[in-house]
Design a protein around this ligand. Structure first.
Ligand SMILES: *Cc1c(COP(=O)(O)O)cnc(C)c1O
Length: 391
């Protein structure tokens, strides 16, 4: 077999990958759902495990030659259970959306009713959007926020959920964003309350792009395994499962708890900088890794802010705010998170400054001089914290 490097065999793709590495290095990544995996996770994902068909589960495969990948999947499952303090883990879902698809398939029948967070107040597409399988297959009933406190209206939720409990409802928690915080105890665990927990592995948990499902109930565990394969997926991505195992192993180390403590402290500092700069945080602050920012004081839309900040080297996403008057393509807010920047090494003081830089940009949308000054300062901050120096 010809062993040519990617740059030799496919210079177009190699160049695009190099360009993406450069882009990641040259911007302050504030998208709350993103992170930078360790080089060890990158290495595991880029291996020959991508070649292996392993439909089924360890020791119960539909293909020969699975002894080695069984070791990998068993370690991933054991580490996930240890990390989240539960009995059963399915690490095969290709992404968070697939984890939810399979979890619903294990818990309910098409047409059944699911109580879920309202999409315009924080719910995910897979929590009942009409353009998603969830909204087409199931009868989603939304719960929402108290628009004064901008936090979940627990009185209303209790009223609705009490009725659901009376008809034998079960509780599923989608912890996709906060999984890293749950892993270290920085956020309360969904167990023992939840019957089923779904998650991604690539947000605060800092693993490869993927999903997983957890439970303590043996019968549900069997239903979940069937719902993932053969219910909704084919062969598992064994190279990604290896990356998940590495990430779970990293998250079990004391250094990961330190990382998550910094993520939480840095999000608070980022929020302080934004507020000192004249912006408003939805719900008055943050308890986790992200802030939802109301741009109304700066009289700029989320869409325009996203573009302005991009030009200044600050990557964010526009986001609806509670009671949003604008369309989801325009919005009145942005969402910013500290998970990726903390991995890169930014300190709380630097995050506070970044909050101030964001405010300067959105309050001075027409001032080229301010934008250039912010870009220059962003470049200094980036240079002080090199990303993937070994690559
Ligand atoms: C990100 C996310 C998902 C979907 O994850 P993908 O890997 O993008 O499919 C599902 N639920 C929640 C709450 C999320 O934040």
């Amino acid at each position: 077999m010809l062993m040519k490097s990617l740059a030799d065999s496919d210079p177009q793709i190699a160049a695009a990958i190099d360009d993406e590495l450069a882009r990641q290095r040259q911007t302050i990544e504030l998208i709350a759902s993103e992170n930078f995996t360790s080089p060890a996770v990158l290495e595991a994902v880029g291996t020959v495990l991508t070649n292996k068909y392993a439909e089924g589960y360890p020791s119960r495969r539909y293909y020969g030659g699975c002894e080695k990948v069984d070791v990998v999947e068993n370690l991933a499952r054991q580490r996930a259970c240890e990390l989240f303090g539960c009995k059963f883990a399915n690490v095969q879902p290709h992404c968070g959306a697939n984890a939810n698809l399979a979890a619903y398939a294990a818990l309910v029948e098409p047409g059944d009713t699911i109580l879920g967070m309202s999409l315009d107040q924080g719910g995910h597409l897979t929590h009942g959007s009409p353009v998603n399988f969830s909204g087409k297959l199931y009868n989603f009933v939304p719960y929402g926020l108290n628009l004064e406190t901008e936090t979940i209206d627990y009185d209303e939720l209790e009223r609705m959920a009490t009725i659901a409990h009376g008809v034998g409802a079960r509780l599923m928690i989608d912890m996709a964003h906060i999984a890293g915080l749950v892993a270290t105890g920085a956020h309360p665990s969904p167990f023992p309350h939840a019957d089923v927990v779904t998650s991604t592995s690539h947000k605060t948990l800092r693993g490869p792009r993927g999903g997983f499902i957890l439970t303590n109930d043996e019968e549900l565990a069997r239903a979940i395994d069937k719902a993932v394969f053969p219910g909704t997926q084919g062969g598992p991505l064994m190279h990604v499962i290896a990356g998940k195992a590495v990430a779970f192993g990293e998250a079990l180390q004391p250094s990961f708890a330190e990382y998550i403590d910094n993520v939480v402290a840095n999000a608070a500092a980022l929020g302080e900088g934004l507020v000192q700069g004249g912006l408003r945080l939805v719900s008055g602050g943050t308890d986790n890794h992200l802030c939802l920012v109301d741009l109304t004081p700066a009289d700029v839309t989320g869409k325009d802010a996203e573009h302005l900040l991009d030009a200044a080297g600050l990557t964010v996403n526009k986001n609806s705010i509670p009671g949003e008057p604008r369309s989801p393509f325009v919005t009145s807010g942005i969402r910013v998170g500290s998970a990726a920047g903390t991995t890169r090494g930014f300190t709380a003081d630097e995050f506070r400054e970044i909050g101030g830089l964001i405010a300067r940009v959105v309050f001075n949308a027409d001032d080229e001089g301010v934008l250039a000054a912010v870009r220059a300062r962003v470049d200094e901050l980036l240079e002080a914290h090199p990303l993937y120096p070994g690559l």
